[in-house]
Design a protein around this ligand. Structure first.
Ligand SMILES: [Fe+2]
Length: 302
């Protein structure tokens, strides 16, 4: 738990996928946002579970927080999103509108590319309407007196957003999405359809232009042997120690490193099940007349 006088952050680490989900709350109003919640999925059996998301729901209830936003930093390729389940979770007895699911405006580009790969053109709502709220760079959401500003950080995907937390008019923390990892792990891959290492370098430069003490919360951790999972660093730590983009690494060197490294990486285990759900804001494919649901497995498409 990280706290300032005005807001708090609680992390939830999913060791299966290396994903870090967060609850951000405004201390005075008890209004909360959940960032990148995980819906557990076992690919061998095809079974889903809400165990990870339940931990977040339990935390909201225990801390008497009301969920105002479910924020996705991007279309995840390594886990299914629990956004749809979580947005319906209310403190017992409470009746109100479900929390909006938020993502970047460029999600429509990601939907177009992957809608073609999956043959899902007819299932995707026009203009990104599977999501409740699409943000552009600079847009601001309110959480009581705390402000959440969207920062466009394309590269890993064209639609990646980071979320900067502003308290008393200054950026105190940023949820960086799939851009930077912990300094000893480096940076996010850029080889999925629509990825761009050059764009990622520029996006990271934008994040690292914030004041040195700014707290950065990563979206994933893949801890090297001997280190416990971690998710919190600062601009100063990243600029000094990030193995891919410390001060002095120029764009050409970064792009060459990133592209060479990406060529060696396998597809994430849950990529094909995840993306078809996540481009529809965490919805499974529609059920057939008998109530059965099926995921698609595109052959030779990636
Ligand atoms: Fe990702």
């Amino acid at each position: 738990m990280t706290s300032t006088a005005s807001f708090g952050v609680q992390a939830f680490f999913d060791a299966v996928t290396g994903t870090v989900s967060y609850v951000l709350h405004d201390a005075a109003s008890r209004e909360a946002a959940v960032i990148d919640p995980v819906w557990d999925f076992d690919v061998q059996s095809g079974r889903t579970s809400t165990a990870s998301a339940q931990r977040i729901a339990d935390y909201l209830q225990a801390e008497q927080l009301t969920l105002h936003w479910v924020l996705e930093t991007h279309t995840h390729a390594d886990h299914l999103s629990a956004a749809q389940w979580l947005r319906m979770q209310m403190p017992s007895g409470e009746v109100r509108v479900a929390a909006p699911v938020v993502i970047g405006q460029q999600i429509t580009q990601v939907q177009k590319v992957f809608g073609g790969i999956y043959g899902m053109e007819d299932c995707i709502a026009p203009q990104g309407a599977d999501f409740d709220c699409l943000l552009s760079d600079g847009d601001v959401l309110a959480l009581g007196a705390t402000r959440i500003r969207a920062l466009g950080v394309p590269g890993h995907t064209p639609a990646d957003l980071a979320y900067a937390v502003e308290a008393a008019g200054a950026v105190a923390a940023i949820f960086v999405g799939d851009t930077l990892f912990m300094p000893d792990v480096g940076t996010a891959r850029c080889d999925f359809p629509g990825g761009d290492a050059r764009a990622l370098y520029r996006s990271i430069g934008r994040l690292l232009a914030h004041p040195p003490q700014t707290t950065l919360y990563v979206c994933h951790d893949y801890p090297p042997a001997g280190r416990a999972a971690a998710w919190c660093s600062t601009v100063a730590e990243q600029r000094a120690h990030n193995i891919h983009v410390h001060d002095g690494v120029d764009e050409a060197a970064f792009v060459a490193m990133r592209e060479a490294r990406d060529a060696t990486l396998a597809m994430p285990q849950l990529m094909l099940p995840s993306v078809q759900v996540n481009i529809r804001a965490g919805r499974l494919p529609d059920a057939d007349a008998q109530g059965r649901r099926f995921l698609k497995l595109p052959v030779d498409a990636l």
